[in-house]
Ligand binder design. Structure first.
Ligand code: SF4
Length: 177
């Protein structure tokens, strides 16, 4: 089974999306956004390598949690491992969200790539790098206003990035580019 290099977990998160969620944070990120809140997660290979089955079992322990958010670090730099984890969780009906420094357009360049395969299992993608000059208190679940909260199934069906419009995800999310 696949492994993910993990930097940490947030088993009862209320800041990585709406409702009570399980946050899975990976180690390693190529984007190096100035002002990143998690610079300790940038270096690759220094986290804890965990089998995706074990992460899945950890998430399943709390029946109240119905949403899972992948973050980091950059989840799409470990797309194969997160893809296998997403498959297990999707089969159980979890709402899956991911943060990425890549844009939706970058992630959809190749349907052969694990980045695309992971994307195709998500409900929500918060995309794009964190831009310090665009940090805003009205960014909702985003860090900066250049980022988008995308409905992934709708985006794939429409063939273009499509915002998630539900109130759950859009609370405070007033500034868009
Ligand atoms: S993509 Fe996220 S984790 Fe990576 S440098 Fe940017 S803000 Fe930090």
């Amino acid at each position: 089974m696949a492994v993910i290099d993990i930097s940490g977990y947030a088993p009862n998160s209320i800041t990585d999306g709406p409702g009570l969620r399980f946050g899975v944070f990976c180690q390693g990120c190529n984007h190096h956004c100035p002002g990143c809140h998690n610079p300790e997660t940038h270096e690759f290979g220094i986290g804890t390598k965990v089998d995706v089955e074990d992460i899945y079992k950890m998430i399943k322990k709390d029946p109240i949690v119905r949403g899972v958010t992948f973050s980091g670090g950059e989840p799409f730099d470990q797309a194969e491992g997160f893809y296998h984890l997403a498959k297990l969780l999707k089969a159980d009906g979890y709402e899956l969200a991911a943060y990425s420094g890549y844009t939706y357009e970058q992630l959809t360049r190749s349907t052969e790539d694990y980045k695309y395969k992971l994307l195709s299992l998500l409900d929500i993608l918060v995309d794009g790098p964190f831009v310090l000059a665009k940090r805003s208190l009205s960014a909702g679940f985003r860090g900066s206003t250049n980022q988008r909260v995308l409905n992934v199934p709708a985006s794939l069906a429409n063939g273009k990035a499509t915002w998630e419009e539900s109130a759950r995800w859009q609370t405070l999310n007033t500034e868009r580019e």
